[in-house]
Design a protein around this ligand. Structure first.
Ligand SMILES: [Fe+2]
Length: 145
């Protein structure tokens, strides 16, 4: 696992215009790449590593979602309930996958692929939608100041 494999690559077009959120999204992509690295290796060590990283991913996802939710509540984002629901169902899915891994019932690659698709779609569509709103509110505040 010395060699770094890039499964998902961060692109500037993924930027939502809010540096701290972009950084968190990059960290999520980094974790996805680590999971990918682990799942293409079949050694016991790689499997252990996979389980460790998946738990870290869950922790990080929770941290990131609460940061986003705090931000969205502070600007009274109208789509907040729907956005929060998406977060909740994603967290639930990761928790279910972790349980499946513990029982030996899950396919690592399928999960990593799901993670990748979800993150990219969520950033590209939903996070961009709220960031437009947040940036707009910021501009208005600056004008008023
Ligand atoms: Fe989000």
């Amino acid at each position: 696992m010395e060699e770094k494999i890039t499964y998902v690559e961060w692109k500037s077009e993924y930027s939502v215009g809010l540096p701290f959120i972009d950084e968190q999204h990059q960290a999520l992509i980094e974790l996805t790449n680590k999971l990918y690295e682990a799942c293409i290796e079949s050694s016991d060590a790689a499997q252990e590593y996979f389980k460790e990283v998946i738990r870290k991913t869950l922790e990080y996802v929770n941290f990131h979602f609460s940061a986003e939710e705090k931000l969205l509540t502070s600007v009274k984002y109208p789509e907040y309930p729907a956005h929060k629901r998406q977060h909740e169902s994603f967290v639930k899915k990761i928790e279910e996958e972790i349980q499946k891994f513990q029982k030996g019932q899950a396919v690592a690659y399928v999960f990593v692929n799901y993670l990748k698709e979800w993150i990219l779609n969520h950033i590209a569509v939903h996070d961009k939608a709220y960031s437009q709103y947040v940036l707009q509110r910021k501009k208005e505040e600056e004008k008023r100041a």
